[in-house]
Design a protein around this ligand. Structure first.
Ligand code: ADP
Ligand code: 5GP
Length: 187
């Protein structure tokens, strides 16, 4: 049975950066591309970071029971994991990697139990989170505020994950993440 690895964190913690690093380490990891109703930002491409769909199509897919889990992470901004995506990657024998919010992460962990490792990426502080979102330069100030407003709740859920990695020094966090998942895959 293939294993699954879940990453959750407040927006701006460095989750995507760490996942991108892990994907290049020669492990048989496959990224579960989620659906979202938010607009693409920066260089994002449909089918790579997300399947970008309209809120109407999102609701239709909810009605069709196509999601393993989904969340309205920010008002009117839906994100969800497609059952078909996880099945496709699992059937091919890959280790499936999820980048999901804390609620989605806990749902997926509960669903797969010991088959899944849930990892929480923690920023050094909320001030640093804000700095990273501002430096990333992909979100309008009001979008950054919404993300910061949700961070306190997300940070309060860290203890519900199998492990917590503090992303202060990026290189150290990447090495720690690689070690943690290598250990998980070898047991
Ligand atoms: P997330 O996917 O969690 O929203 P990103 O991976 O997009 O976060 O990272 C947010 C921003 O912070 C990016 O510009 C990234 O380059 C930067 N970043 C990531 N890790 C660190 C770190 N340890 N120190 C400083 N900046 C970082
Ligand atoms: P972003 O807009 O920064 O790409 O993502 C915002 C938040 O939505 C992040 O915490 C990200 O992990 C989460 N997210 C992305 N895809 C999914 C998904 O399929 N389900 C859930 N529950 N959250 C998701």
């Amino acid at each position: 049975m293939n294993k699954l690895i879940i990453f959750s964190a407040p927006s701006g913690s460095g989750k995507s950066t760490i996942i991108n690093y892990l994907m290049k380490q020669g492990l048989d990891l496959a990224f579960s591309v989620s659906c979202t109703s938010r607009a693409p930002r920066g260089q994002e491409q449909n089918g790579v970071e997300y399947y970008f769909i309209t809120p109407e199509e999102f609701r239709q897919r909810i009605a069709n029971d196509e999601f393993l889990e989904y969340e309205e992470v920010y008002t009117d901004k839906f994100y969800g994991t497609l059952k078909s995506e996880v099945e496709r990657l699992s059937k091919a024998g890959h280790i499936v990697v999820f980048d999901v919010d804390v609620n989605g992460g806990m749902d997926i962990k509960q669903y797969y139990g010991e088959r899944a490792l849930s990892v929480f990426i923690q920023p050094p502080s909320v001030e640093e989170l804000r700095r990273r979102l501002e430096n990333r330069g992909t979100d309008a100030p009001e979008v950054i505020e919404k993300r910061i407003a949700r961070a306190a709740y997300e940070l309060s859920q860290a203890e519900n994950f199998d492990c917590i990695i503090v992303n202060d020094n990026l290189e150290a966090a990447q090495k720690e993440a690689l070690q943690v998942i290598t250990d998980f895959l070898n047991t």
